[in-house]
Design a protein around this ligand. Structure first.
Ligand SMILES: Cc1cc2nc3c(=O)[nH]c(=O)nc-3n(C[C@H](O)[C@H](O)[C@H](O)COP(=O)(O)OP(=O)(O)OC[C@H]3O[C@@H](n4cnc5c(N)ncnc54)[C@H](O)[C@@H]3O)c2cc1C
Length: 377
């Protein structure tokens, strides 16, 4: 009988895992890939949608286009996960697995920040980005705050990019002089593992008159007074709030009993959970790397290589290396890159690559190559 691999979540991690298994094993394996949505959207595309640089339809890649030997995609909502029995319940039925991989990402907990749901706008979901696309044109004067409500959060450079792109957006509309932009982040610098990247971002904020407020988290919003309250109790008035909500593992993962301190602990070298033949990759897992697509993808590759070695015979992969590169929009169409190494040394390190035309092309290729790889047969 073919091995049944059930992959929960068709994001960066789930898509890469299904692709690698299909490439290596084709119809010799039975892969079920489950997601509640009908399409995948790259995280960074949310910034493009919110600033009207593209349309929501243009950034959706339909799961119905996945046509890979050995892989079956099911659009179902997962309602329960039994890690001991490797049994998954969805709104469409029950799925039993020989190997279960949890790749359900991180959800947003808007209620953890009082006032955010009523008085703020989040730009971390597709829905939030779409709403902002309609809200931003109505903002022509006053104070905008780009604020992070809790760490860890996905793609640490993303809120810095949002502040810089907001500057561009308001400048293009000729209203930048009537507006202030303030950026609140609970880290001492925008990208802590890379002082060079952080210096370049802080310089970019200063050049554009963006106020940088490090080491602070937005604790709550007061809708009546339109004030953001930070974790030191200080009050910051705003006319437009663009928020990164607090993150947490999806409820169904928490209810499964797999989490500790909010996320699923795994062996950082192999991505194995404490349950036999159950793995967790990407934002849902605690590994010691940031919550970003490149890291989810790298972890998925290790799990895929290990399963391929097990089923085909062959060499087990080396340990997961915790390496990844993130592109950073600096505004004005400029794109830089930071290469980060989270696991090999005593502390994370990062190398900064100055914005260049080559990196603009590289970021474009990053998206298009994955689209081609994950969504073609
Ligand atoms: C604004 C922004 C910019 C970003 N920029 C970058 C970037 O430039 N580079 C980068 O590498 N990363 C970036 N990221 C981060 C990146 O998007 C995530 O870290 C990455 O998607 C995580 O991959 P994952 O596979 O762990 O989870 P996800 O890609 O989030 O996939 C999880 C999947 O699980 C599904 N799911 C969840 N619950 C259920 C359920 N109950 N039933 C069925 N399905 C379910 C979801 O629908 C989702 O498709 C950015 C994120 C944001 C928000």
């Amino acid at each position: 009988m073919k091995s049944r691999v059930v992959i929960l979540g068709a994001g960066f991690g789930g898509l890469e895992l299904a692709t690698m298994l299909s490439e290596a094993l084709g119809d010799d394996i039975d892969v079920t890939l489950i997601d509640k949505n009908d399409a995948f959207v790259f995280g960074y595309a949310k910034l493009d949608v919110m600033f009207g640089r593209t349309t929501p339809d243009a950034v959706r890649f339909a799961y119905s286009d996945i046509a890979k030997p050995g892989v079956r995609f099911l659009q179902e909502r997962i309602t329960a996960i039994g890690p001991e029995a490797r049994r998954v319940t969805t709104d469409g039925g029950v799925h039993d697995a020989d190997v279960l991989v949890v790749a359900l990402g991180a959800d947003y907990d808007l209620d953890a920040t009082p006032g955010l749901a009523e008085a703020g706008n989040e730009f971390y979901s597709v829905g939030g980005a779409e709403r902002l696309r309609d809200v931003l044109p109505t903002f022509s004067q006053g104070r905008a705050i780009v604020g992070v409500c809790g760490a860890p959060f996905k793609c640490p450079p993303a809120p810095s990019e949002a502040a810089l792109l907001l500057h561009d957006y308001l400048s293009a509309r000729g209203v930048r002089d009537e507006c202030e932009i303030s950026f609140v982040i609970p880290f001492g610098s925008p990208v802590p593992p890379s002082p060079d990247t952080s210096r370049a971002l802080v310089a970019a904020f200063a050049e554009r008159g963006i106020e940088f407020v490090p080491d602070r988290r937005v604790r709550s919003l007061d809708p009546g007074r339109r004030v953001a309250v930070l974790d030191d109790g200080s009050e910051n008035p705003y006319d437009l709030f663009l928020g990164v909500p607090k993150h947490r593992a999806p409820d169904v993962v928490i209810a499964s009993g797999m989490t500790e301190d909010g996320y699923v602990p795994v062996n950082p070298k192999t991505l194995e959970t404490r349950f036999p033949d159950v793995y967790a990759v990407g934002d849902v897992a605690t590994i010691g790397v940031p919550k970003a697509g490149v890291f989810a993808e790298g972890a998925a590759r290790i799990v895929a290589a290990s399963l391929i070695a097990r089923l085909r015979g062959g060499q087990e992969p080396g340990a997961y290396d915790g390496l990844g590169s993130c592109y950073i929009e600096f505004g004005g169409g400029r794109v830089g890159r930071v290469d980060v190494d989270f696991l090999s040394g005593p502390k994370p390190t990062g190398t900064f690559h100055e914005p260049s035309d080559a990196l603009v092309r590289e970021k474009h290729d990053f998206g298009s190559s994955r689209r081609a790889r994950w969504f073609s047969s």
